[in-house]
Design a protein around this ligand. Structure first.
Ligand SMILES: Nc1ncnc2c1ncn2[C@@H]1O[C@H](COP(=O)(O)OP(=O)(O)O)[C@@H](O)[C@H]1O
Ligand SMILES: [Mg+2]
Length: 406
């Protein structure tokens, strides 16, 4: 997500209900009267799919719908492109009311705005990979040359250039799902709906696909609604996660918000066995590395900064905060005594560092072995923050969920 721009709401869902069965509006009344999904089913045979769901999704966000099987994830996802017609409530996408559209309007709206990726790939077996990707465009009546050009570009995005003439049964599961993704991207839709898209893949391939999606998102900035029942997957790819139960959204938040402040016992149980050291990364626990000292400065300046801020070390940077090393108080004092003009001899180079997305599990051994505060660098070696031993401990000292015997 691009945080430099003002976030823009692209999807707004307001008090959405979906009841399956005859005379579904009755179900809404039962829910409003406070009855549970189970009670309503026993009394009326109506099945609650969605129960008063409200949320917003920002443009460019990867928004995950998560929860146990049967909690309503697919029903919610499929309501967004009206494959399912809600019983009550509002869905506004890009300023347009989805629920009130007639069949022609919704078809056109889907075509221009929404791409969908399914769990079972849904590839046509007798068509080449290229023609599978181009299928949706073909249905729209796009001329051959143009739809092939767009489809080639989409295949390239997912790393499948060269497979245009292959047939689906020649591809592995992971590759088939890349084709599914390419097909969703070919139409240039702003919104991608993905329903358990990676759930059928082997764990290693699945992780690759998650990385691929994150990578694609950095380049394309689509709005992705991603359904999964897998918490680790949700935490990894979601900017925000909505946790669902019995057709309701129980909590919406970032991975950290949900892990650190579970809304209720259900969420707490859900997240109980997540290993925090794998979820939190350097950027979550780092603090500001300020002040720093410019490498052309001298020991007198360094000594003054250390005294003023009461610190015993200073990171040394060159232009654009590129890290050059660290100076320690005792060395700076020596350098001042010997009237050194620069910090060149005083700077300790090649100190350990971590990247913004290094997980705590990998930070702990590095910081345990180091005498220095740990610098956090971006890809261009620019100093973004620093980590002290105490910040790691603090991050891990969250409230442990109570153990449950059941
Ligand atoms: N077409 C349908 N007819 C009746 N009940 C349905 C239908 N589709 C889904 N449901 C019910 O709605 C609830 C939510 O289902 P679903 O959205 O598929 O859950 P999830 O995707 O989270 O596994 C479940 O209780 C399911 O049995
Ligand atoms: Mg489902």
């Amino acid at each position: 997500m691009d945080f430099e721009e003002e976030p823009e709401v692209i999807i707004k869902v307001n008090q959405l209900f979906k009841i399956f069965g005859n005379d579904p509006k009755r179900g809404v009344e039962h829910l409003r009267a406070g009855r549970t999904k189970q009670e309503i089913f026993e009394k009326t045979s109506l099945i609650v799919g969605l129960d008063d769901v409200s949320f917003e999704v920002m443009k460019g966000e990867t928004f995950v719908l998560m929860g146990l099987s049967g909690c309503g994830k697919s029903t919610l996802l499929r309501s967004l492109n009206r494959l399912i017609h809600p019983t009550a409530g509002e869905i506004i996408i890009g300023g347009r009311d989805i629920v009130g559209m007639n069949d022609d309007e919704i078809r056109e709206f889907r075509r221009d705005n929404i791409g969908m990726v399914f769990q079972n790939f849904a590839l046509l077996p007798h068509r080449s990979i290229l023609d599978n990707v181009a299928f949706g465009l073909e249905i729209q009546g796009m001329p051959l040359a143009e739809r092939h050009e767009k489809s080639r570009a989409a295949l390239e995005l997912v790393g499948l250039s060269g497979y245009e003439t292959s047939m689906p049964d020649q591809l592995s599961g992971g590759m088939k799902q890349r084709v599914g993704l390419a097909r969703a991207l070919a139409g240039d839709a702003e919104i991608l709906l993905m329903d358990e898209a990676f759930s059928a893949l082997d764990p290693l391939i699945r992780r690759d696909m998650q990385d691929e999606l994150i990578d694609l998102q950095e380049r394309l900035n689509k709005t992705v609604i991603f359904v999964t029942h897998d918490l680790d997957e949700a935490l990894k790819i979601g900017n925000r996660i909505a946790l669902m139960m019995d057709g309701k959204i129980i909590q919406v938040g970032t991975a950290e918000e949900i892990l650190m402040n579970p809304e209720n016992e259900y969420v707490e149980r859900f997240v109980a066995d997540v290993d925090m050291t794998k979820v939190l990364t350097a950027k979550d626990i780092m603090m500001k590395a300020d002040p720093v000292i410019y490498c052309k400065s001298g020991p007198h300046h360094a000594a003054r900064l250390m005294k003023e801020f009461g610190i015993s070390s200073l990171f040394v940077v060159s232009q654009h905060r590129i890290l050059r090393g660290i100076v320690m108080l005792e060395d700076v004092v020596e350098a001042v005594k010997h009237d050194k003009k620069t910090l060149e001899e005083t700077t300790i180079q090649d100190i350990p560092f971590v990247q913004l997305d290094t997980p705590i599990s990998e930070i702990i051994p590095v910081i345990a072995d180091s005498r220095y505060p740990l610098p956090v660098l971006d890809e261009d070696a620019r100093l973004k923050g620093m980590i002290m031993r105490s910040s790691v401990l603090l991050a891990l000292a969250r409230k442990e969920p109570e153990t449950n015997d059941s």
